[in-house]
Ligand binder design. Sequence first.
Ligand code: PRX
Length: 572
Amino acid sequence: MTLSSTTIDYERLRTTLDWKAAEAELGWEPGKPLNIGYLAVDRNVERGLGDKPALIHEDSTGTVRTFTYADVKRLSNGFANRLQEFGVKELDRVCLFLDKAPELYIGFAGILKLGAVAQPLFSAFGEDSLLQRVEDSKAVAIITSRKLVSRVRKIRDRVPELKHVLVIDGNAEGKPLRTDEGEFAFDMEAEAVPEFEIAKTHRESPSVLHYTSGTTGKPKGALHVHSSVFGQYLTTKMVLDLKDDDVYWCTADPGWVTGTSYGIIGPWTMGVTQVVLDAGFSAERWYQTMAKHKVTVWYTAPTAIRLLMKAGTDVVKQHDLSALRHMCSVGEPLNPEGVHWGREAFDLDFHDTYWQTETGSMMITNLPGMVVKPGSMGRPFPAVDGAVLDPVTWEPVSEVGKVGMIGIRPPWPSLMRTYWNNSATYYSKFHNGWYVTGDRGSIDADGYFWFSGRDDDVINTGGHLVGPFEIESALLEHPAVAESAAIGKPDPVNMEVVKAFVALKPGFTGDDDTELSIMNLIRKKLSPLAMPQEIEFVDKLPKTRSGKIMRRLLKAQEWGEEIGDISTLEND
Ligand code: PRX
C-alpha cells in the first residue's frame, strides 16, 4: 500500500473539521442545558429509536439480555430517582463498583441524568486501591454487587461521607444486607420509572471522574465535564466509523476511560447497538461473541490482540466473522506484528488510536480510509493540533523522526478540567500553551506519529497504568521490607508486567518463604494487575544523591538498554 491509495482527504479535513460539528448533530445550541445522560439515552427515544437495542449483554453463562433505548431510559430514570430520594444532589460523586453488569452501563447514564458525577471503579480493585479513590473523591454513594460489597464494608469506617451503598443483587439469597449502615437492595427492574426530570447541567458541569496512576503519590482523579461528549461523539463517528445499523463491541471495562468514552458515551449518543461480554477472556469465546451477535465494529487493545495471536488463525476461521468490517485498538503500543496478523486473520487493518484518561477522547488516530503504517499510532484527529515538543523550549520540533514529548494544543472538548483536589499537578501538565502528555514520540515525513515510550516510571501492563508508588507502599507494609522499587519488565503478552526489587531489613533472608509471605500480604491490598510477577531481593537500591530511587536504572537493566546519564547516582 502507498500513501497515494488513501481514500480520505486528510489535509482538507484538517482545515474544515471543527468540534462544533458535533454540537449541531447532537441538536445542541449554546445557552441550552447539556447533559450526557440525556444525549445518550432519552434523546434517542425522542428520535424514534425507543425500540432499538442499546445494549446486548451476555454473561459468563451465555445468558443474553437485550435492553432497548426505551428500557435504558426507564431503568436509568430509576437509578436517578432512587439516588435523588436518598438526597444525592448535583455534583455529588457516585461510584460504580461492578463487573460489566447491565447496571454498570445503565447506572452510569442514571447518575449523569441526576447531574451527579459518575466515578467508575474497576471491580478487581483491592481494599487499598478502592479506599484511595473513594477517600479522595468523598463519594456519597456507591453502586455495587453482593460479590463486591464485602470490600466496600472493609473501608466504610474510613470514608464517613459514603452514606449509601446500593447493592444491585441485594435481594438474592444469602447474607442479609446491613441496612442500618445504609446498604440498600437496588433491583433495577423494580426501581424503573417512566419519567425523570433530567438535571439542567451545562457545558462545564462535571460529569465523570476517572482515577489514573502517576509515578508519585496516590492516583489522580481526572475530572471531565458534560461537553466532553462533543469530542467523544465526533471521534466515535469518524474513527470508529459507527453507522446506524452497526453492532459495536468495545472490549474495555468502564472502570477505565475507554469503557466510558467509547463503551457508553460514544456509541449511545450515536444511537448505535452495542454488545457487552461479561466473561473472562478466551479466544474461542470472543469469536463466538462476535459471530453470534454479528459484530461489525470492534474496539480492543494490543494485549488482547497478542492473546488472540497466540491462539492462532485457525480458530478465527472456524467462526463466521463476515459481519466484521472495522477494527480499532488503544491503550498501549500496537506492534507491527499485531497489524500484520490482523490482516491475515480478518483481512482488515487494526486502526490504532492514541489518547489518555486526561484527554477524554482520541487524539492521534488512523481514520478509516487512511493508509495504516504498522507500528505507527496514526495522525492527529483532524480537529486536534498535535506535535512533538522539545522538552526544554516546549516548541514543536521540526526535524523529521526526532524524539520529543507528545503535546496537544488545548482546548478540545473532552480535555479534563482538573485533577480532583490537585490543581497544581493539573497545571504542571501545560507548557508553552501545550498540554504535555508525558509520552515520548516522533513524527515521520508523512506526518504519522510513532510512540517511543513514557517519560515517567508508570507501568503499562496490558494497557492499564499502574503507579510504582502504590506497589512500593504496599510492599513497605511488610515487616521484612526496608525499601522497594517497582518497575515494568518486558512481557510477550502484556507488554510489561510488574517486577519488584526489595531490600530487606537486617535479620531477614531473601528466600522463598519471605517472598511468599510478602506476596500474600500485598495480594490483599493490590488489584491483580498491580501484583508483581517477580520479586528480586537486593542489598540496596540505586538512588540519587537526594535519596530518590532510580527506577530508570533498574528498568534499563531489565530491558537490556543503555543506562544513560547516571551523574546523579548516589556515591558510596
Ligand atoms: O502511555 C500511553 C499509553 O497509555 C497511556 C494512557 O493510559 P490511560 O490514561 O489509562 O488511557 C488508556 C486508554 C485511552 C498513554 O499516556 N497509550 C495509550 N494509547 C496508546 C498508548 N501507547 C502507545 N500507543 C497507543 N495507541
